[in-house]
Design a protein around this ligand. Sequence first.
Ligand code: CA
Length: 246
Amino acid sequence: MDRDLYRGGARLEALAARLHTARAMTKASILILEDDIEMRALLVRGLREEGYAAEGVGNGAHLLDWVTRSVPDAFVIDIGLPDADGRDVCQALRAQGIGAPVLFLTARSALPDRLSGFSAGGDDYLTKPFAFAELVARLDALLRRAGHDEAVTVAGLRLDPATHAAGAGGATVELTPTEFRLLARLAAAPGEAVRRRALVQAAWPHGAIVNDNTLDVYIARLRRKLTELPDAPAIRTVHGVGYSLR
Ligand code: CA
């Protein structure tokens, strides 16, 4: 297997696992740095209600201490802090090699001179006061851009986890999330026989009871959809084992 294919396969395997666990069960983790206690509590509560794993800290030192134990998927950082400028905190994160996206919060009055110096890494800012829905939309966009849902091309197939679409030869088909996870698992090991058990684990929630017939029905649907894609690999039956994409 050539190296690019291997890399693509490894990424897809991670992708399939993440789709199965993280995305299916919980949303991304967000760490909020905001010195205003009420605002912080509001943001933490609101984001938790949206399904994020949200936590809050009140100053830059706490945030930098926090990330020595665990790094969230994204940060919300208030620029106006008593002990630091939020952008300096962000720079300290980057200096530690932490690339998770940052959504800055800033007062509208302070905007003109604040706009300079936002670091490249896909970060964004929001001026106070803001609508909570806007915060959620910006965070979702940042997380998508950060590559959590980046499309992957492997085995001649383009797989886009954001839309659950598969493409090949200039055509695209929409898959259901379960079909997508099955295909991602197969594409993670192109040409190899993937055991039925491994497919079920990748595509269905942990502990789900999925009988052989159900898996076969899903594979049959997936096969039909793949035939709509010119030059797409096909799913072969490997008797006594499972399925293989080639
Ligand atoms: Ca503040």
